[in-house]
Design a protein around this ligand. Structure first.
Ligand code: ZN
Length: 193
């Protein structure tokens, strides 16, 4: 798997253990004990509306999702997800927007493709701190450390065993890419990169 650059980038950011605890408490409070983390249910239980629409026209695919806080004109906060993307991408978008909702609670947020900015150029390393926190939140939510740790304790995997990594990604309903980065970040496997 050729993800050296992403792994290096991810290693620049130390996961925030406070944020990890915050997410753990959230999961416990909502009785989420095993993967896949039910993001749709969490959105509902946290009092937000979830809207899925396919949006592909004029670079519409660039838009993964957005969050609109309740400013009085909406009955509740809204998380909108672009249904044109694969279900695992949608789950990630929902987790991401939920992060904005819980950590930020202010202006409208447009979630664009992680890999490009408006001009389609690779994103710079200096992403704003809130965005970094939100990305961390999404990883914590979809791939909680305690769940991964217990899964890997029960059945350790070799990161070079593609099938094993794939089946773990399927269990968490996350992309292979996201899982590999997370396993590396948590130092749960020694990566072959
Ligand atoms: Zn964001």
């Amino acid at each position: 798997m050729k993800i050296d650059a992403d792994v290096k980038r991810a290693r620049q950011f130390k996961p925030d253990r406070k944020l990890e605890r915050f997410v753990r408490q959230l999961l416990d409070r909502h009785r989420v004990n095993s993967p896949p983390v039910p993001v749709d249910r969490l959105v509902a239980e946290l009092g937000a509306a979830l809207e899925r629409q396919s949006f592909v026209g004029s670079n519409g695919r660039e838009l993964r999702g957005f969050y609109v806080p309740d400013k009085g004109f909406l009955k509740k906060p809204l998380i909108w997800v672009n249904a044109a993307h694969h279900p695992t991408v949608q789950r990630h978008s929902i987790a991401h927007e939920l992060g904005h909702m819980l950590l930020e609670r202010k202006d409208i947020h447009l979630g664009r493709s992680m890999n490009s900015n408006r001009r389609g150029k690779p994103q710079a390393f200096n992403i704003d701190p809130m965005e970094m926190r939100v990305r961390q939140f999404a990883a914590e939510l979809l791939m909680p450390r305690h769940m991964l740790t217990s899964d890997l304790k029960e059945s350790p995997i070799n990161p070079e065993d593609d099938e094993a990594v794939k089946s773990l990604a399927a269990r968490y309903q996350v992309s292979l890419h996201a899982l590999v980065l997370r396993l590396d970040q948590l130092e749960l496997v020694s990566p072959p990169f």
